[in-house]
Design a protein around this ligand. Structure first.
Ligand code: SR1
Ligand code: MG
Length: 429
């Protein structure tokens, strides 16, 4: 189906959306029946946009429209509509690189900042499933394929320098979304900021200690610089478990509106961080001992599979014939050259692992002390229990950020997480 640049921006609520969709022949046919009978429901529970599910006699679609402001906060925080353009561009590229792992694009209207996608049914937002202690057997394999392919094939390992720079340029305008990350993840949780919040009074002391912790401030500042100044590959940019839809047998990555060229470890770290938060939150949720143990064991196993699977697939792509301008083959001739290049590949992955660990830590801390929290912790009703889970996660996150080098393998992370599972932190209040 074709895109459409016609018309000025306006927010499409139900009636206007119905008229709009009825005017797009392909979508009208896909939905089927009389447009007046279409069921339209606004289901957006993210922080930024409107999302509608539209169902007709024949089929259904998902419609996403960017608002000119941050939905979570309101009109006082304007945000460019151009993010819908970057999201569409990223989804198109991801569909080429990781077919079947993103929703099919059906229609895009640049002026309305509106994108229509296939309706993912019966998929649910993975985070909601994790809160219910669900396990997703295909997830590790699918997400590692997604990350390995989207990151490798948009990097200098696979592209010519010219192609790579064209890619950077295509996403360079998405800086307002990068700025949200720069502020909310890499800065605000470590200083007094109006929008910060945490589980008070229990975490008041921990929040204050974060603001005084200069070793942590150095570590987060290094990560911020890496985020700002390392255009290694096209990132999803917000790859948390709320940006992934799942069934037992399928995984779809959605919502890449934060896409830009940045450090690969940021995407990998996002996945690891969100699994770690699901692990620490588990102790606070009402579930039987058996359910809890099975879920927590699965989460830790999945964390290990996410790194090992990603690293294996990424290296396989690199070894299989990388055509990019980085590491020219002519510099590594013969058997000795091949052996030296392989050693360098291992060193590259070790650096990428360290980046992922640091970024994962940053992602955990922002969800506990910053503006945007997640339901893994938020749905723990008893604030004391919630604070216990959060304090354990923060203890691990600080170590991952400040003592990154002590985590040499992903098992070092899962072992440390397991040790903290029943740790009793001192809480304030
Ligand atoms: C103001 S936007 C807050 C957060 O929502 C998105 O999902 C991103 O994670 C962003 O940081
Ligand atoms: Mg999102």
């Amino acid at each position: 189906m074709t895109g459409d640049r016609a018309g000025d921006y306006r927010i499409l609520h139900e009636a206007a959306l119905r008229d709009y969709l009825a005017g797009v022949a392909d979508l009208k046919a896909l939905l089927g029946g009389d447009p007046a009978s279409w069921a339209i429901t606004e289901v957006g529970d993210g922080n930024l946009n409107l999302v509608f599910i539209v169902k007709g006699a024949r089929g259904g679609i998902a419609v996403k429209q960017a608002l000119p402001y941050v939905r979570l906060v309101g009109e006082s925080w304007p945000l460019p509509l151009s993010r819908a353009h970057y999201e569409y561009l990223a989804l198109s590229r991801q569909a080429e690189l990781a077919p079947g792992l993103v929703p099919a694009l059906l229609h895009h209207n640049e002026k309305l900042a509106l994108t229509v996608m296939e309706l993912l049914e019966p998929h649910i937002i993975m985070r909601k499933g994790l809160v219910a202690a669900a396990q997703y057997p295909r997830f590790a394999d699918d997400i590692t394929t997604f990350m390995a392919r989207t990151l490798f094939f948009t990097s200098d390992l696979a592209l010519s320098a010219a192609e790579k720079k064209e890619g950077i340029a295509a996403f360079a305008g998405n800086h307002a979304l990068c700025k949200i990350t720069e502020d909310l993840i890499f800065t605000d949780p470590y200083r007094i900021a109006e929008q910060n919040r945490w589980t008070a009074p229990y975490l008041d002391g921990l929040a204050a200690s974060l603001r005084d912790d200069l070793e942590l401030h150095v570590a987060i500042s290094r990560l911020k610089l890496k985020f700002m100044a390392s255009p290694e590959a096209l990132l999803h940019g917000d790859l948390h478990t709320g940006s992934i839809m799942v069934t037992d047998g399928q995984t779809r990555v959605i919502d890449p509106e934060f896409a830009f060229y940045g450090p690969m470890g940021f995407d990998v770290g996002a996945v690891l961080a969100n699994l770690l938060m699901a692990y620490f939150a588990s102790a606070g949720h009402e579930r039987t001992l058996g359910e809890r143990q099975a879920f927590e064991a699965w989460v830790l196993e999945t964390i290990e599979k996410v790194w090992t699977g990603f690293a294996r697939k990424f290296l396989d792509l690199w070894r299989a014939g990388a055509e990019g301008d980085a590491y020219p083959r002519s510099l590594f001739p013969g058997e000795t050259g091949a052996a030296r290049l392989e050693a360098e590949r291992q060193a590259y992955m070790q650096r990428l692992f360290a980046d992922a660990i640091g970024f994962a830590a940053a992602k955990i801390i922002r969800r506990i002390f910053g503006l945007a929290h997640n339901i893994d912790f938020e749905l723990i009703e008893d604030p004391r229990k919630r604070a216990l889970s959060e304090a354990r996660a923060v203890r691990l996150a600080r170590a991952m950020m400040v003592e990154t080098g002590t985590f040499r393998t992903i098992a070092d992370v899962t072992v440390a997480a397991r040790k903290l599972r029943d740790w009793q932190p001192e809480l304030t209040g």
